[in-house]
Ligand binder design. Structure first.
Ligand SMILES: Nc1ncnc2[nH]cnc12
Length: 592
């Protein structure tokens, strides 16, 4: 991290020989190092804290004195595991969360890297340095659904090069953790490299037993946020992993896993908390890191402990505690003023030594970014007319006595394989008179392959939907009516990515997501909330029985959660590691 204030300047301010830029007077400093609440003032110079104490001699003619009487002076919150693409984007995420007191976000780079490659991603990282606060990155080592060419795209040279960037603090979660368990050489060599350069290795070990976690810890992974029970949280802590307690829209589990702290009587210095990429409406309602602290305190965690988890502990985990995570001389001036220790919503947010938000409103402008200049991957590399043919969405099958594999949803994201006998007509499964399931297809953006299947317990009355919002960012289509599916697919094509719902012949919802097929380009967080609310309402009206449609779409195409998945290689059953039906070359679809 580079600081603007020099050590010489800070020493002078600390001794009252140079005026401070900002002097925060009369507040109660939350000292996360000693665990004390102290009546002290704080002097800020350029982007750093220069002094904490009672002396007022650094107040000069031009010093802005902030009256903090009755307020708590806390270090800014740190989110160590953000996914800045849940319809919102890095700018609109910052617009929302900075006024809520999160001054540091550590962001996954998955979709940016997939669509921009190393050069475009680097340029974007550089441009986003203009954002107030600390917008940091973790870089992926592999994708979330294996595909042809993955290992060339994620190659050692490019990844190591990115890992050297100042803004990159380490590697992002390896969701396909069995690769680590089985000692994948690229992953292990890269982890070695990350250790050598003093950075961190984030993990993702959903459903991993204590026995298997031993191997994951041995592989060099530093942290895991996938505990969904207090027992799993204990497993992680005991094996030396930084244990990140998650409360996300998909998994709002804090009430259970916080028992690690409230009942476990454990050392909390290696416990963190994360929101793990919540859908927009969840952030709107619950807040961001402020919401984690609020809920943890309501659940019985002492205020100081809850704050340490999202400040000092987080900074230490990131190897950045020299710079952020506490109120002390020499640290970055990322400071929030809290009017109470109940809702943890700041009245004033200071980032990089500047007041950036007051009473929940941003008071600085954010950079305008032309996202298209970084992206090198084409939204679609085939003609639109390809998508118009309704046979594309039908499942070829001519033996009506033979079962076909169906993806049955058990929850928002967990599925299982169900083999079903379905009616056929003219060589295809025909759902015209069959209720309860819909067709689905995943279509390669380059027009080379298609994977087709069926969804049960999805949205039984959905006629046609198409979406690039999924972890492959290929074109995912679903519905009961192949004409409506085709129309939705064509519209998504025209928009260059997004989500569209069609009833019969009418487009009833369209959400343009031109940035990698996942994000709006709007700088306003409200836009993301509105789109998300419209989408959830539309699918629930059509029978979707769950609460987190964005995560349902996102993970339907991954290859790491149980059970049957729609992937580039075909219909894939994760636990037995078996492709139950291979994808079809698209050319074949059009010649038959
Ligand atoms: N593994 C993941 N991939 C993409 N977005 C996410 N949001 C939360 N977890 C995620």
């Amino acid at each position: 991290m580079k600081l603007k204030a020099s050590k010489y300047e800070l020493i002078e301010v600390a001794q009252g020989r140079r005026p401070a830029d900002i002097y925060i007077k009369g507040g109660t400093v939350i000292n996360v190092y000693s665990g004390e609440f102290l009546q002290q003032n704080v002097a800020v110079y350029k982007d750093c804290i220069a002094y904490v104490g009672e002396a007022e001699d650094s107040i000069g003619e031009n010093t802005e004195v902030i009256n903090a009487e009755g307020m708590y002076v806390s270090p800014g919150f740190i989110e160590t595991h953000a996914h800045p693409w849940v319809v919102y984007n890095p700018i609109s995420q910052t617009e929302k969360v900075l006024p809520l007191g999160t001054t540091t976000t550590v962001n996954d780079n998955l979709f940016f890297y997939l669509h921009m490659g190393p050069k475009g991603f680097k340029e974007m990282v550089n441009d986003l340095k203009q954002l107030p606060g600390n917008f940091l990155w973790l870089v992926r080592l592999i994708s979330q659904s294996d595909y042809d060419g993955e290992r060339e795209w994620f190659n050692q040279k490019d990844i190591q090069d990115l890992l050297q960037l100042d803004e990159v603090v380490g590697s992002a979660e390896v969701t396909r953790w069995p690769l680590l368990y089985n000692g994948d050489p690229f992953l292990l060599e890269t982890v070695e490299y990350i250790k050598k350069i003093g950075k961190i290795v984030d993990g993702h070990n959903a459903g991993c037993s204590f026995e298997k976690l031993n191997s994951i810890a041995a592989s060099g992974v530093n942290a895991c946020h996938e505990a969904i029970t207090a027992k799993e949280a204990f497993d992680r802590l005991r094996l030396g992993l930084w244990t990140t307690l998650r409360n996300s829209s998909l998994r709002p589990d804090l009430a259970e896993i916080i028992k690690l702290v409230t009942e476990g009587n454990v050392n909390t210095s290696r416990i963190l908390m994360t929101t793990d990429g919540p859908q927009p409406a969840f952030i709107e309602k619950e807040g961001f890191v402020d919401g984690l602290v609020r809920q943890a305190v309501q659940l019985g965690v002492p205020v100081m402990t809850a704050l340490q988890m999202v400040t000092l502990n987080a900074a230490t985990y990131l190897h950045l505690d020299d710079y952020i995570g506490g109120i002390a001389p020499g640290k970055k001036a990322d400071i929030i003023l809290l009017p109470n220790l109940i809702d943890f919503r700041p009245d004033v947010v200071i980032a990089d030594g500047k007041v950036v938000a007051e009473k929940g409103q941003l008071v600085v402008s954010l950079p305008e970014i032309d996202w298209s200049k970084y992206v090198i991957r084409k939204p679609f590399a085939f003609k639109k007319s390809f998508l118009e043919k309704k046979e594309l969405y039908l499942y070829p099958h001519d033996d009506s006595n033979k079962p076909v594999p169906v993806i049955h949803f058990r929850s928002n994201v967990i599925t299982q394989r169900k083999d079903m006998i379905l009616p056929t007509m003219n060589g295809y499964v025909d759902l015209t008179n069959h209720e309860g399931i819909v067709y689905t297809a995943l279509i390669d953006r380059n027009g080379k392959w298609i994977t087709r299947g069926f969804l049960e317990r999805f949205a039984v009355d959905l006629e046609g939907m198409a979406s690039t919002y999924n972890t492959t960012t290929e074109l995912l289509v679903a519905g009961r009516n192949p004409e409506a599916m085709a129309k939705a697919a064509v519209r998504v094509y025209e928009m260059g990515g997004g989500i569209v719902i069609v009833d019969k012949d009418e487009i009833i919802l369209e959400i343009p997501l031109p940035l990698t097929g996942m994000m709006t380009t709007s700088p306003s967080f409200k836009t993301a909330v509105e789109y998300h609310n419209q989408l959830l309402a539309a699918v629930q009206e059509r029978g979707f029985p769950f609460h987190d449609i964005l995560y349902t779409l996102l993970f339907l195409t991954c290859d790491f959660l149980p059970g049957l998945r729609l992937t580039p290689y075909g219909l894939y059953d994760v636990k037995p590691d078996q492709i139950v039906k291979y994808s079809t070359p698209l050319y074949d679809v059009f010649i038959c």
